[in-house]
Design a protein around this ligand. Structure first.
Ligand code: PLP
Length: 430
């Protein structure tokens, strides 16, 4: 048994499934998860001291790669001054101001500790602000593991959902309407029937939890129009896309296509914490003013706005504002996707991919899927062979086919070329 196997055996006795978040367990792809001992730049090393080019970046936060010098200095210096006070600090204002400056739709923001908490709180706020109960979400979009959001579509076009997890009573999801992604007709039907009862529509603008599926521009436009017409709030869940696909986040990309476009609320996480537990939700001042202590919607957190986490987030946001940061990141990520696509084509394997900023996805399909039902038809066995082929060559992609991948600013052109070369060898074996 190698050291990863030994650690996994030990972990399984003390921690359910051996992991603290299910996808880490390699259940979908089989085999033993690697136990990571350290990271540096675009790489991390496992317990056997095997090096991997890291394309999950802690599932999104590590946009600068591991151990970025400026981020580390900021974290260490903050830690020197104390770990947590439970009283306000100036750094919380600085981070809030930075987010407000970069994302114009956000006029006020509340900091929390995880994306789940941010999404859950945003929904409570939307319900409190509108006095309505119903929410709309889309199949294949993930908004964290709050009870009301662990729901899949029932049968039929516009139905209230069924829980996707044991432990979620059906009554808790009875107000959650689940619709197919990118389906304008289903959206219109749902608003026609329930529009005036909808507190908010929450969506991932680029769905990264069904690999990588963009909301089409006409779809986003219609979401905006229908929310406005019915007095529902449009909430963009940018926990993954925020500060990852563009400096202004995914909403800035849609604003280029739809004049004046803005969501009413935005949920953030991952990159804004730079690798520390930090997330946020924000939006229009009018909506945010319903939050306690100003308003009647309760929300709180012992570690919210933690001084070390905010230092990490601030240092990360400073770096990504440097000249040409996203141009370069975009290029690197495109180089990866186009190189892998060309290699697959040479090998006669149906393959396609897409990317935006430092986020990408690829499918063993001839063309990009538009919704979850299509994504679900992927051949999992082929993906799993590909995943392990790459892992054996020191390339770590997400160990599940429904997950987006991430390139960091630390990935060099050489890292990308090495990855494409490994993909070529792997495709030849499929
Ligand atoms: C990761 C993610 C979440 C949940 O964030 P956690 O910090 O894992 O709780 C919510 N929404 C989206 C879009 C995410 O990618």
């Amino acid at each position: 048994m190698n050291k990863n196997d030994q650690l996994f055996t030990r972990a399984k006795l003390a921690i359910p499934g051996g992991v603290n978040s299910p996808v880490r367990a390699f259940k979908a792809v089989g085999g033993t998860p690697r136990f990571i001992t350290r990271g540096d730049g675009a790489y991390f090393w496992d317990a056997e001291d095997q090096r991997y080019i890291d394309y999950i970046g802690s599932w999104g936060p590590m946009i600068l790669g591991h151990r970025h010098p400026a981020v580390h200095a900021a974290v260490l210096s903050a830690a020197e001054q104390g770990l947590s006070f439970g009283a306000p600090t100036e750094r919380e204002i600085e981070l809030a101001e930075e987010i407000i400056k970069l994302v114009p739709s956000i006029e006020m923001v509340r900091l929390v500790s995880s994306g789940t908490e941010a999404g859950m709180s945003a929904i409570r706020l939307a319900r409190g602000a509108t006095g309505r109960s119903k929410i709309i979400k889309f199949e294949g979009c993930y908004h964290g593991h709050a009870d009301a959001l662990l729901v899949k579509a029932g049968s039929g076009l516009a139905t209230f959902g069924n829980p996707t997890s044991a432990g979620v009573p059906p009554e808790v999801v009875q107000h959650t309407l689940v619709l197919p992604f990118n389906d304008v007709e289903a959206l219109e039907a749902a608003f026609k029937e329930h529009g005036d009862e909808v507190a908010c529509l929450m969506m991932e603008p680029i769905a990264g939890n069904m690999n990588f599926v963009r909301a089409s521009v006409p779809f986003v436009k219609r979401c905006r129009e229908l929310c406005t017409a019915h007095g529902a709030l449009l909430a963009f869940d940018e926990v993954m896309c925020g500060f990852r696909v563009a400096l202004g986040s995914a909403q800035s990309l849609y604003a280029k296509e739809i004049p004046g476009f803005e969501p009413d609320m935005t949920v953030m996480g991952k990159v804004i914490g730079g690798g520390m537990p930090l997330a946020a939700f924000g939006g229009k001042r009018e909506v945010m003013s319903h939050l306690a202590p100003l308003g009647a919607v309760y929300q709180a957190g012992t570690l919210s706005g933690n001084p070390v986490a905010t230092a990490c987030g601030l240092a990360t946001l400073k770096e990504i504002q440097k000249d040409g940061f996203f141009t370069q990141l975009n290029q690197r990520t495109q180089q990866l996707v186009s190189g892998m696509t060309a290699a697959a084509k040479d090998a006669g394997i149906p393959f396609c991919g897409d990317s935006e900023g430092g986020m990408f996805g690829f499918f063993f399909f001839p063309e990009l899927p538009q919704n979850y039902a299509k994504v679900m038809t992927t051949d999992g066995a082929v993906f799993n062979r590909f995943f392990h082929g790459m892992l054996d060559q020191g390339v770590y992609f997400a160990p599940a086919l429904f997950e987006a991948g991430f390139v960091s600013a630390a990935h060099t052109a050489q890292d990308i070329d090495d990855t494409i070369a490994a993909a070529k060898r792997t495709f030849a074996t499929l």
